[in-house]
Design a protein around this ligand. Structure first.
Ligand SMILES: [Zn+2]
Length: 353
């Protein structure tokens, strides 16, 4: 399939000049990195046991090489499995390589690991320290960390990262923030946290990642946009098939989805990369005709349709089991959304799990 070329329009655009950039790289979702194990799942798409069929030298982790762009900069999907009874809960991280440094988005769950052998930092260093053919890479890049939102299944290994910058959503700012935490929000600007100024983007050298405010799942939920590589990392902000939007107001959530829709409008079939990747093959999204296809613009449109449908009263969900609160779940196409009927238009409580 021909991919549309990206036109990069800088200040020169005013003079009617645009520079033609390289086409964004094709995304592959299931290309395992040599030495890592595939996940072991049941018929419902849930990981069983430890998440892996045989002993995993990488402990709770596995990794997929998603893309290598024309500059040689790579993008990985890293999965982390936390056993809970007979199944294992998956949490997804992404590693984006620039020319000067790399960015790890999220630190997943607090899974047991052997330091120096199969801990998260060792996994990331292994990926950055090898070429795609498996040979050792000379002068591998170091990495910084960005967090999508304040939930514990995305911040589980932050304590391991005290020796490097952690960009943390300004409006999800944690009580235990270390001196290495830097607030981040769309557009940057004044902040009550850190040094008093939030950043709006992270430059990796020839690759810049922009924060996009996507409040709803949590007040500070962020997306990370990489226009040139035609991808946006949305973590839990719009779910991975089903979004937990019952923590806040649905009006606010709908506003965020509308904003994401506008941000993605100029992009041709961007990769939308969620925080619990395995869930795309579960629930409504796992069934025909979608059959577990990774998230796309249609999913964003469906999320907006379900939020607007609930707000207008045209869609009424069914009860959803989520603790003691009265929570409903509603569906449009392959997109599902939980909501609190008592918190549709009003500002919701900034409760987190
Ligand atoms: Zn979350």
């Amino acid at each position: 399939m021909m991919r549309r070329l990206l036109f990069v329009c800088t200040a020169a655009w005013l003079a009617g000049v645009c520079l033609m950039a390289q086409a964004p790289p094709a995304i592959e979702y299931y290309r395992l990195v040599p030495g890592f194990l595939p996940e072991h799942k049941n018929e419902q798409g849930m990981a069983v046991g430890t998440g892996f069929a045989s002993p995993n030298p990488w402990g709770a982790y596995t990794a997929y090489l998603m893309a290598t762009n024309a500059r040689g900069q790579r993008t990985w999907r890293i999965e982390n499995y936390l056993p809970q009874g007979n199944t294992a809960q998956g949490s997804t991280m992404y590693l984006l390589e620039g020319s000067e440094r790399a960015l790890l988005v999220d630190t997943a769950q607090n899974t047991p690991e052997e330091m120096g052998k199969n801990d998260l930092k060792t996994v990331v260093r292994h990926l950055l320290g090898h070429n795609n053919d498996g040979s050792v890479k000379s002068n591998p890049l170091d990495f910084v960390v960005a967090i999508s939102h304040g939930h514990g299944d995305h911040t589980g290994k932050n304590s391991q990262m005290n020796d490097r910058t952690i960009y943390f959503p300004d409006l999800d700012w944690p009580r235990n923030a270390g001196p290495n935490y830097v607030p981040i929000k769309e557009g940057g600007g004044p902040s009550e946290h850190g040094s008093g100024t939030a950043v709006g983007e992270i430059a990796l050298g020839g690759r810049t990642i922009k924060a996009i405010d996507l409040a709803g799942h949590t007040p500070g939920s962020l997306g990370f946009l990489d226009t040139e590589n035609n991808m946006v990392l949305t973590s839990d902000a719009i779910g991975s098939g089903l979004v937990w939007a019952h923590f806040g107001s649905i009006a606010r959530y709908a506003e965020s989805v509308r904003h994401l829709q506008a941000v993605l409008k100029p992009l041709d079939n961007p990769a939308i990369l969620p925080g619990h990747f395995y869930q795309i093959s579960m629930g409504a999204r796992g069934k025909p005709p979608v059959n577990g296809k990774p998230l796309d613009k249609q999913y964003v449109d469906d999320q907006l349709a379900v939020a607007e449908g609930v707000l207008s009263g045209k869609i009424v969900g069914v009860p959803y089991a989520a603790g003691a609160r009265k929570v409903m779940v509603a569906k449009v196409g392959s997109a599902e959304m939980t909501y609190d009927p008592a918190s549709l238009g009003a500002a919701g409580s900034p409760e987190t799990r």
